[in-house]
Design a protein around this ligand. Structure first.
Ligand code: NAP
Length: 313
């Protein structure tokens, strides 16, 4: 059997294991949440985000489904509400600071705070073997800076709780720092991003800005950046490294005010982002994010997961 077939077989086996795991209900002891537990999902009008919102609501949480377009967000909410789920809509564009501010203000007024934030909103403009950086600025602004700005805006709203508040960043294996085939060529930079001592928010931002400057002056092809979906891969690399960084900061918070943050790859999913190519359905793609958001006895933070298993950054 060739490598591809073996990988396909492993994937299929894991899919079957997960679909079995999903049929096992959480026990009363494991359920740390109630119907008053509030989860926010970004970019939830379609695709994986819509499914994450739906599955969290099926588990009995109150879900705030957000979308940048009010009309499509309201339509998406109706689908879940008609099935009796507690899903409400609020507009949120993660690249618009005034939208984030209005969302935070509304959430505080209506709910007082939130328990879970799922940063799912994302964009990609490459398909198949394309590797255009025409929209690099938008990709980095949405996928990395949008995620970071949402985390910063939501920290003060995270409800203190013995189970901890949770943040899940929907990322991608394409953003792996040490991926064998798609990594930053500059070993020194890779080491700095990998090492907890040298990793900083400034370093991540600076890495993104250096890439964007090279896109502007046309020199990015010689910059040693990831070779596949370069802008998208870098944006997710930034999400992953920021997850590791902020998890360390969160670990200093006192008991009762902990925030656990992890990131995950949904796999290659049939959504608009992949032009409906991919191995798995949005329902399956949503699974690891939902599982991470609801982990009983959550003590895991600053890690990266795929198909409910830890993977290397
Ligand atoms: N599909 C895959 O194979 C795959 C693989 C790895 C990772 N992911 C990640 O999974 C997440 C969901 O992707 P998907 O496959 O479900 O893609 P999708 O169907 O294209 O959905 C992306 C969602 O993000 C929203 N969005 C984009 N820009 C936004 C902004 N500025 N503010 C708020 N929302 C915004 C979109 O809203 P509009 O409808 O308004 O555009 C849409 O709701 C993304 O972070 C993606 O990078 C996907």
């Amino acid at each position: 059997m060739g490598k591809k077939e073996k990988a396909k077989e492993r994937r299929e086996k894991r899919r079957q294991e997960i679909s079995l795991l999903r049929t096992i209900p959480y026990s009363d002891h494991q359920r740390w949440w109630t119907s008053d537990t509030v989860a926010v999902v970004t970019g939830a009008n379609r695709g994986i985000g819509f499914e994450i919102a739906r599955q969290l609501a099926l588990h009995g949480l109150t879900v705030i489904l957000t979308a940048r377009e009010t009309s499509v967000g309201e339509e998406a909410v109706k689908v879940s509400q008609e099935r009796g789920l507690t899903v409400v809509f609020h507009q949120l564009d993660v690249v618009d600071p005034s939208s984030i501010e209005a969302f935070a203000k509304w959430t505080k007024e209506i709910y007082g705070g939130i328990n879970i934030l799922v940063n799912n909103a994302g964009v990609n403009f490459n398909f198949g073997s394309d590797n255009s950086v025409e929209f690099a600025e938008k990709v980095i602004a949405t996928n990395y800076f949008g995620t970071k700005n949402m985390i910063k805006a939501m920290i003060p709203l995270m409800r203190p709780s013995a189970s901890g508040a949770r943040i899940v960043n929907v990322s991608s294996r394409l953003g792996r720092l040490n991926g064998r085939r798609n990594r930053i060529g500059n070993i020194d930079l890779r080491k700095k991003l990998e090492d907890d001592e040298s990793l900083s928010e400034e370093l991540i931002d600076q890495t993104m800005n250096t890439f964007l400057e090279q896109v502007k002056d046309g020199s990015w092809k010689d910059g040693g950046w990831p070779q596949v979906f370069t802008d998208y891969s870098l944006s997710k690399l930034a999400v992953n490294t920021y997850t590791r960084l902020i998890a360390r900061k969160f670990s200093e918070r006192p008991e009762g005010q902990k925030i656990y943050i992890n990131c995950c790859c949904p796999g290659w999913v049939k959504t608009a982002m992949t032009d409906w190519a991919g191995h798995t359905s949005p329902e399956e793609g949503a699974d690891t994010a939902v599982w991470l958001a609801l982990l009983p006895d959550q003590l895991i933070s600053g890690r990266f997961f795929g198909e409910r298993r830890e993977i290397n950054f």
